[in-house]
Ligand binder design. Structure first.
Ligand SMILES: *[C@@H]1O[C@H](CO)[C@@H](O)[C@H](O)[C@H]1NC(C)=O
Length: 502
């Protein structure tokens, strides 16, 4: 008798739990109406093909937007992270507008690797191997003597270097972000002051304004709602703007992950330092910077081949590296022309000059245009959420209990990024560059992007296809592939779970 009662209770409880999770899944798959209004149009195969043909014949080159680059200034430049996605474009745009290569210094952790920098003037720019988390290494890079032709010129520092850990949110593992993003930025600021720089612009992150999603809505609300009238999770729909900067700093837990905590602190370090002697400010690229072979957003997805996804319906404000770099130069022009510019000492969000698109648009572009195989596999988002809690809990065990370190195998590949923070940064987001695009006389940067998301992504696929001419398979990228493998396994597990549930 008792056994039967326990069995009935257990059965009802698991039924309720299953139904609750299924409701959460339904909510996560729903695209709220308000977000559909901002981004009502999906890319069609026709427009993708037409854009592809146009860009294959006439790719967008730096010459095409040369007139949009702010005019040459008689200055010297240090670009940290200068061979990366944003830093590299800054270097190329500086060279294009006529800054001599000897007036530019790249301060970098790795050697030059961008194909578009390995030839021509960019390849002659001095690259100083530097670890910005070390004050000594940073000072050395900044204090290195300049060629006499430029040594007398005023100095601008563009600080784009950072580590991106997309999903860790525990204070216990804040160390890496702290040392590179936070302390590194302080080191850059100190070094910039030491060598007399008078402009410092750092690349911040739009993700600073993102708040964590509250997944666990009340079971009562979830279970009693109808499909026509779904309740919404808190923070599933967000505006990416600069408001938070003008408010007191947020607590650690009010950010989506450690990365954003460190970028917020770094941004305040830079902006607080603003003075007429050293004008400072930050550019916050919106979410999902792309536009260069090897970027995570698009190239990483192209490289997957088999692409499991839980967020196809999600709307994101992607931004091309070219646009982000231009915003840095716009900001510099403003600060260089006026030592008391009211624009100084604050962040500006920038995004592509086109409405945000959905992940599905990106997948559609890849599926339609890429010459390498691409298969989309839809995975229930709730399964990935649950998995992410497990991964986070497991990864923190050896941190909390060091004696476990030797016993527990490490989470490998990109599965280790599968932590709850990831879902907050890949939620529905609309970014606004209202302030950046205002005219300079009105307190803005006069920013307009030159590459739309459609053009930027399609052009990258053109480049991908050139890179893969004669290859039947994607050239493998370690991280993206292991993520695909791991998620595929999770997808299988999800399928099994679904069967059991039914
Ligand atoms: C624009 O900047 C002002 C401060 O100048 C700020 O209060 C406001 O929140 C910003 N707007 C957005 C959309 O970020």
């Amino acid at each position: 008798m008792v056994f039967l009662m326990v069995a009935v209770c257990a059965a009802s409880l698991s039924f309720l739990t299953y139904t609750y999770l299924a409701r959460l899944n339904r909510i996560l798959l729903n695209t709220p109406e308000s977000i559909q209004k901002v981004s009502p149009k999906r890319w069609t195969k026709d427009e993708l093909r037409q854009t592809y043909q146009r860009l294959e014949k006439n790719p967008i080159t730096i010459k095409d937007y040369a007139s949009r680059i702010p005019p040459k200034l008689d200055r010297r430049y240090i670009i940290t992270g200068g061979s990366g996605l944003v830093g590299g474009y800054i270097v190329l745009q500086l060279l294009e507008r006529g800054q001599p290569p000897e007036s530019i210094r790249i301060v970098e952790f790795r050697p030059l690797s961008r194909a578009d920098m390995l030839n021509g003037p960019a390849s002659t720019v001095d690259l100083v191997n530097t670890d910005i988390s070390s004050a000594e290494s940073t000072n050395k890079a900044f204090e290195k003597p300049w060629p006499s032709s430029v040594a007398h010129l005023p100095l601008t520092v563009f600080h784009t270097a950072a580590v991106i850990t997309p999903s860790d949110r525990s204070k216990l593992v804040y160390g890496l972000c702290e040392s590179v993003n936070e302390r590194g930025t302080q080191n850059i600021l100190n070094a910039a002051r030491k060598v007399g720089a008078d402009i410092l612009i750092s690349t911040s992150s739009g993700s600073i304004s993102i708040r964590p999603i509250k997944l666990w809505i009340s079971p009562w609300k979830a279970l009693t709602s109808s499909n026509a009238n779904l309740p919404e999770m808190k923070n599933r729909l967000q505006i990416m703007d600069e408001k938070d900067f003008f408010e007191p700093p947020r607590k650690h837990e009010e950010h989506f992950a450690n990365y954003a905590v460190s970028k917020a602190r770094a941004e305040r370090i830079v902006c607080k330092a603003n003075s007429p002697e050293l004008r400072t400010g930050s550019i916050r690229p919106a979410n999902g910077v792309y536009g260069q072979p090897g970027d995570n957003t698009l190239w990483g997805t192209l490289a997957m081949g088999d692409c499991p996804t839980w967020c196809a319906n999600v709307i994101q404000p992607f931004v091309h590296g070219i646009n982000v770099a231009l915003a840095h130069l716009d900001y510099e022009a403003v600060l260089a022309s006026n030592p008391r510019a009211p624009q100084a000492g604050r962040p500006f969000v920038v995004t592509d000059p086109s409405p945000p698109v959905s992940y599905l648009d990106m997948y559609q572009a890849i599926g339609t245009l890429s010459n390498t195989p691409f298969r989309l596999k839809l995975v229930p988002p709730i399964t990935m959420w649950l998995l992410s809690y497990a991964v986070e809990w497991y990864s923190l065990l050896p941190v909390k209990y060091p004696f476990l370190k030797r016993m527990l195998p490490e989470v490998k590949g990109d599965l280790r990024h599968m932590k709850p923070g990831l879902f907050s940064v890949t939620t529905h987001i609309v970014a606004t560059n209202d302030n950046a695009s205002r005219r300079v006389e009105e307190g803005g940067l006069g920013y307009t992007g030159v590459v739309t998301t459609l053009e930027g992504m399609v052009q990258e696929i053109v480049e991908w296809n050139i890179e893969h001419k004669g290859h039947k398979q994607a050239k493998k990228f370690q991280t993206s592939v292991s993520l695909a493998d791991e998620i595929a396994k999770a997808a299988e597990a999800a399928a099994v779970m679904e069967k059991l549930g039914k």
